[in-house]
Design a binder for this molecule. Structure first.
Ligand code: SF4
Length: 526
């Protein structure tokens, strides 16, 4: 491959005549502070969501549609964003660190992303560090041609496969486990892309929803357990693939169906073709997507998230009633469950906490505003609503409990007479190996303390969690089962390799440590 550097931001990767005579990859980047972006959008003390993936086929402004979809899916990843488009001959790539609106702030970028096909990615890293070379989509020029990939999920055996590939001479450009897919596909002797995917995922195990772009095809793949959501939409003649259907709503596209677990979708000039990976498995859709991660206005796993969350709240009210005057939520992710709780308990729902959505990079130093500063920057109590009231505070999940402890203190200062916390999911006792970034097992409060001890730590009048049975009763089962491992410790696919998030970085020697903030250095198991 011949590399021609044009300027600081644009590089041409030109295949040699013999390897791939047609087509080239045209690459550009922009940089915005990942620290700033994660402050802007990430909730405090919650597991971090993984990634958003999007693909568009047969639309004259494919890159712009991908951009709008990534904007709708910003909640699934705020560290980096990127788009690769194809005009049928070349692949064009633009990636950068930061939020979608920062990375694509200059409208002229879209002049450099021509073509009717495009894929995109918002990243929150669950393996590999927060640096530009890990920003997706990745692009390669392999013996089968040009290819770009966006991945949502985590593999459980990528470390040993990567080592094997490196021992055989493969050179990795990034520290992300996604790159392993490209190396395995490049080695496959299969004549078509579906065959190469089957060869790859005979070896690589774990959670994956993927969109892949070649010069003329859009491909979508979902792992046999269907851990992460992936949906198919239609806008006139164009096909759209997206992690959640809120992306279709913004584009005024119709929801067609989800990509089935284990399904390979290939969209080309002859339409949409469906095939399946060889591995068969029980569905294990991530139930936490319905509890917290996905947007309530989305449909995932063929279910409206809003409807599932209301049922969580209703079942919570049935299991754990409280003597109280009002129900309030920890906004925004607990709003719908709180509405469900209020409906079934007959206790009035009120807005008792206001969340500031526009924090961004703040120059307010905690010392200036004293105790509970980090939480007070993000939430403010409505004193007129809370004063003198017995309150049910509905929260969707408790990880370390630090944020909730501060919130309870704020509610009491605002005049709350009693605070009864109700959690619309069971205690989190185990980490996630399938693409969600949880703290370590030792940091999970429910792993170390009994419910009574957590109640005392939070200084609340009562604390109750939804049971695992109540959780499962709140979600539909027509299409199969769910992963509940973080609540039960029962892993659908036991991790073969427990590793720390930055282990691959330290092996690779080109980690830009300075660009990783302390919070992002928190080790996680994958
Ligand atoms: S362990 Fe929890 S967060 Fe991870 S996939 Fe399973 S249900 Fe989802």
């Amino acid at each position: 491959m011949r590399i021609v550097v044009l300027d600081m931001n644009h590089t041409f990767f030109q295949p040699e005549e013999s390897s791939q005579p047609e087509g080239q990859i045209i690459d550009s980047t922009s940089f915005h502070s990942a620290v700033e972006s994660s402050c802007a959008s990430a909730p405090i003390d919650k597991p971090r969501s993984n990634c958003a993936i999007v693909g568009v086929y047969a639309h004259p402004e494919a890159a712009k549609l991908v951009y709008s979809s990534l904007y709708a899916l910003q909640h699934r990843g705020q560290e980096s964003s990127g788009i690769v488009s194809s005009d049928g001959q070349n692949l064009f790539r633009h990636v950068g660190m930061g939020l979608v609106t920062n990375v694509f702030a200059d409208a002229a970028i879209f002049d450099k992303l021509p073509g009717n096909l495009a894929i995109g990615h918002n990243r929150y890293s669950t393996t590999g560090s927060t640096v530009l070379h890990n920003a997706q989509p990745f692009v390669v020029s392999a013996k089968h041609g040009l290819m770009a990939v966006s991945h949502n999920g985590n593999f459980i055996n990528s470390r040993s496969l990567r080592k094997k590939l490196e021992d055989e001479g493969s050179i990795f450009q990034t520290t992300s486990d996604t790159e392993t897919i490209l190396h395995l596909m490049a080695k496959s002797p299969a004549p078509d892309i579906a065959g190469r995917l089957k060869d790859t995922f005979r070896q690589l195990k774990g959670a994956y929803s993927l969109v892949i772009l070649t010069r003329s095809k859009l491909i979508a793949v979902r792992d046999p357990r269907g851990w992460r959501p992936l949906n198919i939409g239609r806008k006139n003649q164009a096909w759209i693939i997206a992690s959640e259907t809120c992306a279709f709503d913004l584009l005024e596209a119709e929801y067609v169906r989800e990509v089935e677990p284990g399904e390979i979708i290939v969209i080309d000039q002859n339409g949409l073709h469906s095939d399946f990976l060889e591995e068969k498995a029980e569905r294990a859709a991530c139930i936490f997507e319905l509890v917290y991660f996905s947007r309530p206005d989305s449909k995932i796993f063929d279910e409206n998230v809003d409807r599932a969350r209301r049922r969580l709240g209703k079942n919570l009210a049935n299991e754990h009633p409280a003597q109280a005057d009002i129900v309030i939520s920890v906004p925004d992710s607990s709003n719908t469950a709180a509405l469900g709780y209020a409906r079934n308990s007959g206790i009035k729902f009120e807005i008792g906490l206001i969340r500031n959505h526009y924090i961004g990079r703040t120059f307010i130093h905690p010392d200036q505003i004293g105790r509970d500063a980090n939480v007070r920057i993000k939430f403010n109590p409505v004193k007129g609503v809370l004063n003198g009231k017995r309150i049910v505070l509905v929260e969707d999940s408790i990880v370390r409990g630090t944020t909730l402890k501060h919130l309870v203190r704020m509610l009491r200062k605002a005049g709350a007479k009693e605070v009864h916390v109700r959690v619309s999911s069971p205690p989190i006792i185990s980490p996630c190996y399938y693409g969600m970034d949880f703290p370590t097992k030792d940091e999970l409060i429910a792993n170390n303390k009994s419910i009574e001890e957590i109640k005392n730590y939070l200084e609340v009048d009562s604390l109750e969690y939804l049971s695992v049975e109540g959780l499962l009763k709140s979600v539909p089962h027509e299409k199969g089962g769910y992963c509940t491992a973080c609540f039960t410790g029962r892993y659908p696919l036991p991790p073969e390799e427990v590793m720390r998030k930055f282990e691959q970085d330290s092996n690779n020697g080109h980690l830009d440590e300075a660009s990783v903030n302390d919070e992002q250095k928190t080790p996680v198991a994958i």
